[in-house]
Design a protein around this ligand. Structure first.
Ligand SMILES: N[C@@H](CCC(=O)N[C@@H](CS)C(=O)NCC(=O)O)C(=O)O
Length: 204
């Protein structure tokens, strides 16, 4: 299998952590890819017409899209129910937490694009502030409902690690460590896992 990958992508990091945790990392070839709004990439559009990474290309040529679906695919390959509970109330809690975190990552990425990619003069501060606020309030939700922090390791916890790591990587002055001490302790603990530690994005 091949995974289109960038070390800077929190979505790709999620898949990398999951692959390590599931014992599948050696079965995946990481293929560096670069995609960004405003930059056509015809070659990549053939893999994913909406030009997002990561994408998992199977040995038969089929393509699995979206980091959540890729992790679900890998989880099934590893026997199922490892990072995404197979049934019961926890399944829906984990999936719902993950959806919130996915939305937070989307908003953070949009803030990044607004600041770094959109031409000066076309930037819309209120729009950026609103998206940052969504991510920030999402962090508050997990700080104030910390039950998920103590669950057995799952895909939502991986996504939370990716959110916090992306905040450190792209928004280092945002102050989340101080504002959210429970998330800070969780993040520190997660960094003890080799999969999390090895995948920290490189210094910008
Ligand atoms: N829902 C997708 C989101 C992936 C995503 O937004 N990836 C970013 C890189 S971090 C991307 O490909 N951005 C390129 C673009 O939006 O043009 C997933 O979970 O895989």
């Amino acid at each position: 299998m091949k995974l289109t990958f960038s070390q800077a992508s929190p979505f790709a990091r999620k898949v990398r952590i999951a692959a390590i945790e599931l014992g599948l990392i050696d079965k995946i070839e990481f293929v560096p890819a670069s995609v960004a709004p405003g930059q056509p990439n015809e070659e990549y559009s053939l893999i994913n017409p909406v030009k997002k990474l990561p994408a998992l290309i199977l040995d038969n040529g089929d393509v699995v899209l979206d980091s959540y679906v890729i992790v679900e695919y890998l989880d099934e390959l590893a026997g199922g129910g490892k990072l995404i509970p197979a049934s019961g109330p926890t399944r829906w809690k984990v999936k719902s937490d993950h959806s919130l975190l996915q939305g937070m990552l989307d908003s953070m990425l949009l803030c990044r694009y607004e600041r770094m990619v959109r031409p000066q003069g076309l930037q819309w501060q209120a729009w950026s502030d609103d998206h940052w606020n969504r991510a920030w309030k999402g962090m508050a939700r997990f700080e104030n409902h910390p039950d998920m922090l103590a669950r057995p390791f799952d895909i939502a916890q991986i996504a939370l690690v990716c959110v916090l790591g992306y905040a450190d990587f792209r928004f280092p002055d945002c102050g989340w460590h101080k504002a959210y001490p429970k998330l800070d302790a969780f993040h520190q603990k997660m960094l003890e896992r080799p999969s999390v530690n090895i995948s920290v994005p490189p210094a910008a």
